[in-house]
Design a protein around this ligand. Structure first.
Ligand code: TYM
Length: 342
């Protein structure tokens, strides 16, 4: 925990675009659940405004938002203990993002690897929203004065930019208003790789469904994907450095470790010497035992759409109660006439 005058508060978000997969679960969602404790406020968001930075079919976006909410709850987030909501329903995010668009510099945004990867060679045709994406992300976090943000490794650069925005805002306006957020990138699976190619991140945009485990996959599909995961012919080593230059093996060990709440070192003490023919069925059994109950609970919750909508609406109300006064104070600092401290 950092030493600031700010009360510790956890915020994080996931995009409701396409399927929630094992990378999202182990790198983010499972850790959101671990951080849900009585002594700390936890706020988790389905970032629908971020999702539309690339085209989303409206019906699918609505479905994915509800499904993500079902995933949050099925994985163990409790709407009575954490604030769960979708971003568009708390307008303070977009309002603060505008202020941050005026604080962040073009050069900062241009350096973002996610922008370069997603816009590719066709930058002129990418949406302005995709370019400004990290400033909305900074607003998501800072409109709650969040101090800790659990994410996977791929969000590290965006969180550094969030710190840069907070520092520049505080400096430009001569205040100590926004906290300098701590990224929390921890656990054995901060970067889950594709099951087909150990050099590529597991992602929802990979055209091969065999590259990822979706949180909606049933037990047979999960087991099949693990059985078919790319590996090498060697046995597992007993120590971590034996995984150097073996990205696929390392990935499966990391997944095993994260699913069983161990470190990769601990897994290797137990599994060292085993061939994949033996290890894969053990991993499949573990994955099915942890993930299948989540997917069946998600399916059950998706049958109760009104309940999901009610949870999201209630969450948005609670989130606004935190965000609105912080936005008003920001407006006041910036010099917007009429801003009232909430
Ligand atoms: P998104 O929706 O791409 O991913 C959600 C979370 O899942 C993590 N993740 C992974 N972790 C390990 N291995 C993988 N293969 C993997 N793929 C994804 C991501 O690191 C992330 O934690 N910009 C964010 C969403 C966001 C946000 C925020 C996050 C918007 N505002 C504020 C934190 C705070 C994103 O696109 O994540």
């Amino acid at each position: 925990m950092t030493e600031t005058q700010f009360t510790p508060r956890v915020f994080s978000g996931i995009q409701p675009s396409g399927n929630l997969h094992l990378g999202n679960y182990l790198g983010a969602l499972k850790r959101f659940v671990d951080m849900q404790k009585p002594d700390i406020e936890t706020i988790y968001c389905m970032v629908d405004l971020h999702a539309i930075t690339v085209w989303q079919d409206p019906k699918e976006l609505a479905h994915s938002t509800r499904e993500l909410c079902a995933g949050f709850i099925a994985a163990g987030l409790d709407p009575e203990k954490s604030i769960l909501f979708n971003q568009s329903q708390v307008p303070e995010h977009a309002q603060l993002a505008w202020i941050f668009n005026c604080v962040a510099r073009m050069g900062w945004m241009q350096r973002m690897t996610q922008w370069k990867d997603k816009a590719g060679k066709n930058q002129q045709n990418a949406s302005l929203g995709l370019f400004a994406y990290p400033s909305l992300m900074a607003a998501d976090i800072l409109t709650y004065h969040a101090t800790h943000v659990p994410v996977g490794d791929d969000q590290k650069q965006h969180l550094e930019l969030t710190r840069d925005i907070a520092i520049k805002f505080n400096h430009d306006y001569g205040v100590d208003f926004f906290p300098i957020t701590e990224p929390v990138i921890e656990g054995a699976a901060t970067r889950v790789m594709s099951l087909r190619d150990g050099s590529k991140k597991m992602s929802k945009s990979d055209p091969s469904d065999m590259s990822r485990i979706n949180m909606t996959d049933d037990a047979d599909t999960i087991a099949k994907k693990i059985r078919k995961a790319k590996t090498d012919p060697e046995a597992l080593p007993s120590e971590l450095d034996g995984l150097d230059e073996r990205p696929e093996a390392r990935n499966l060990v990391n997944i095993y470790a994260a699913l069983s709440d161990q470190t990769a070192e601990q897994v290797l003490v137990e599994m060292g010497g085993k061939q994949f023919g033996e290890f894969k069925p053990m991993l499949a059994e573990l994955a099915v035992s942890k993930l299948a109950p989540i997917s069946s609970e998600m399916a059950h919750l998706m049958g109760e759409q009104a309940e999901i909508d009610r949870i999201l609406a209630k969450g948005a109300e609670k989130a606004r109660a935190v965000a609105a006064p912080i936005l008003q104070q920001t407006y006041e600092i910036v010099g917007m006439v009429g801003a009232k401290q909430g």
